[in-house]
Design a protein around this ligand. Structure first.
Ligand SMILES: NC(=O)c1ccc[n+]([C@@H]2O[C@H](COP(=O)([O-])OP(=O)(O)OC[C@H]3O[C@@H](n4cnc5c(N)ncnc54)[C@H](O)[C@@H]3O)[C@@H](O)[C@H]2O)c1
Length: 264
């Protein structure tokens, strides 16, 4: 028996990286999965991996920044599976530039729209169904970058601090409707997002930063007490716990899964 037998979960950005890991863990715990992703290439592959586990999965092309798209995703999920029990707001971006003087208005807007407003848009679309069926679980993927500001990442850090804040507000608003709202703050995961970040930090033209994985490893070895990177499966297991009945009395919390990098 899994923690999430007979549940249905929507995972935004579920096609690759952390979202893929979350989707596979939730499926392993018994859930059927709706992959709500703007990407059209990776999500069908992840859906097939879930079916190979013997679970059900559908892909719904979704842009979390667009309220009509969010509404349509929820409606399609409910009409396909008859219900939705869990919403995981995982979709995220880091923008095209890092560095105090390099961040553009477009970078700022992209982080705000996807990482923060997207959580609210998807939750707003989901809540009427949760209220109608007497409850539900929302798990937002924030970041340890939301715990304190970081150099050159004002746009990303601010959006992730906002993600923690909106988690707390929604928990207070939705608790009386038996809706738990929590966040997971991942630490360092070597996904496409981090590879993109390392490329931006290194500068594509900088010859000495050839193997950018070394930069990631160096950061881990100096900043992470457990001295190891986190994996999408680690984040998935934390999400599965928060989305399960084991966490029925936990709401408004943000759980770091970061090997001890941040201690609050
Ligand atoms: N990688 C890390 O070290 C790390 C650390 C802390 C937090 N996070 C957060 O975890 C989440 C996943 O990160 P990742 O590393 O897997 O990134 P990723 O870039 O590998 O994957 C992001 C996913 O989100 C989807 N997406 C982007 N914009 C979207 C939109 N408008 N609508 C729907 N889907 C959209 C992408 O298509 C992709 O599938 C993000 O919220 C990220 O900020 C990542």
């Amino acid at each position: 028996m899994g923690k999430l037998d007979n549940r249905v979960a929507i995972v935004t950005g579920g096609g690759r990286g952390i979202g893929r890991g979350i989707s596979l863990v939730l499926a392993r715990e018994g859930a059927s999965i709706v992959l709500a992703d703007i990407d059209r290439v990776n999500a069908p592959q992840t859906a097939q991996e879930i079916r190979d586990l013997g679970r059900q999965a559908i892909v719904v092309h979704t842009d979390v920044t667009n309220p009509d798209s969010a509404e349509a995703a929820v409606q399609e999920a409910v009409s396909h599976f008859g219900r939705v029990d869990i919403l995981v707001n995982n979709a995220g971006v880091v923008g095209q530039h890092v560095g105090g003087g390099n961040i553009t208005l477009d970078d700022w807007d992209a982080c705000y729209q996807v990482n923060l407003k997207g959580i609210w848009i998807m939750s707003r679309a989901m809540v009427p169904h949760f209220k109608e069926k007497g409850g539900g679980k929302i798990v937002n993927i924030a970041s340890i970058a939301g715990r304190k500001g970081g150099p050159g990442l004002a746009h990303y850090c601010a959006s992730k601090a906002g993600a923690i804040s909106v988690t707390q507000s929604l928990a207070r608003d939705l608790g009386p409707g038996n809706i738990n709202v929590n966040a997971v703050c991942p630490g360092l995961l070597w996904t496409d997002m981090w590879r993109q970040l390392e490329a931006m930090i290194g500068g594509d033209e900088t010859p000495e930063v050839v193997d950018r994985r070394q930069v990631f490893d160096a950061f881990l070895s100096t900043n992470c007490p457990l001295r190891r990177e986190q994996t999408p499966e680690d984040i998935g297991m934390a999400v599965a716990f928060l989305a399960s009945e084991e966490a029925k009395n936990i709401t408004g919390q943000a759980l770091n899964v970061d090997g001890g990098i941040e201690l609050n």
